[in-house]
Design a protein around this ligand. Structure first.
Ligand code: MN
Ligand code: MN
Length: 319
């Protein structure tokens, strides 16, 4: 056949967990040119500290997202009618070289942002958020450090994991140090689990981050959490980062570092929907690890959360 005819991808150069169908049944596109929102898979889990497998997250979320319809009856959001959205596929992030993988992610994100698209990514472990933010900065898409609304069981502001400054427990420490995120406009929602001591979050709170542990989520209720998130992060551009382990493991078993006693789906939905109107430049969904999933529970949660996030990010600006 002629040389241009597509051949199967080569497993020696393109990892075999790269996907075949677009998120939300959207077409795959090579370029972000002309897009309002570019969706991008980040199948990388080389920075996990416990159970690996989030490299398969983009494929699982893509598969589960085939179920999602285009309209959100609860909010009236109609993302695919107000924004040009496409799936740019997965970044070829090698699992064998951490620095090279992060650079590949930053490069691809910078390309998409430079084309004028807002970027949303599907991980991958939570370290992938760091090169995403670096890519935005490289593209000139950050006039100032972003605010951050961060759903997670974990603060991810450790100084190191096993001596490495780059682990899935460190991305927001690095992002704050690199001036990508403004700690005074950062809110972390759902933090919980056993710790190492009373000073675990001393650096984080001293930096000015507003931590809302799961116990305070309970007393505030979703509306109170939303009000606090808007107070801290609102008014200026911000990023939305959703670690699926913020949900209780009953609702998201397929993840690397599960913590019992987490958010319910309806609490998470209420909180996400309450963020409508924030100036969200983009967002990420991370830590879906399908090998520990059952009946696609976590993949469906991830796809649904990604859709709710898209409803927010795709909304027209200037409201
Ligand atoms: Mn995390
Ligand atoms: Mn987490």
């Amino acid at each position: 056949v002629d040389a241009e005819w597509p051949r199967p991808l080569d497993g020696r150069t393109t990892p075999r967990f790269v996907s075949a169908r677009g998120l939300f049944r959207l077409p795959f596109r090579e370029s972000a040119a002309g897009l309002d929102v570019a969706l991008l898979g980040l199948p990388f889990d080389g920075a996990v500290t416990n159970r690996p497998g989030a490299r398969h997250g983009p494929a699982a979320v893509r598969a589960a997202s085939q179920l999602i319809r285009g309209y959100n009856p609860a909010t009236g959001a109609d993302p695919f009618r107000v924004a040009r959205v496409a799936d740019l596929g997965d970044v070829n992030a090698t699992p064998l070289d951490l620095a090279a993988a992060l650079e590949a992610i930053a490069t691809r994100v910078a390309e998409a942002a430079s084309a004028g698209a807002r970027v949303m990514t599907v991980g991958g472990d939570h370290l992938t958020t760091l090169p995403v933010l670096r890519g935005l900065k490289r593209a000139g898409a950050l006039a100032a450090p972003l605010g951050l609304v961060h759903f997670d069981a974990h603060s991810d502001t450790a100084d190191a994991n096993f001596g490495s400054p780059l682990g899935h427990g460190t991305p927001f420490r690095r992002a704050i140090e690199e001036g990508l995120i403004d700690p005074a406009r950062t809110v972390q929602i759902g933090i919980r689990g056993s710790g190492y001591g009373p000073d675990d979050l001393a650096w984080t709170t001293a930096a000015g981050v507003r931590v809302i542990p799961i116990e305070e989520c309970e007393t505030l209720g979703p509306a109170g959490v939303v009000a606090e998130a808007r107070r801290v992060a609102g008014g200026l551009p911000c990023w939305l980062s959703f670690d699926v382990d913020c949900l209780d493991p009953a609702f998201a078993p397929g993840t690397g570092t599960p913590e019992w006693g987490g958010l319910t789906p309806r609490e998470a939905l209420a909180m996400l929907r309450g963020l409508a109107g924030l100036d969200l430049v983009g967002g990420d969904l991370v830590e879906v690890a399908p090998a520990y999933d059952h009946a696609e529970i976590t993949a469906i949660a991830g796809a649904t959360v990604l859709f709710e996030m898209l409803c927010l990010v795709a909304a027209p600006r200037g409201r």
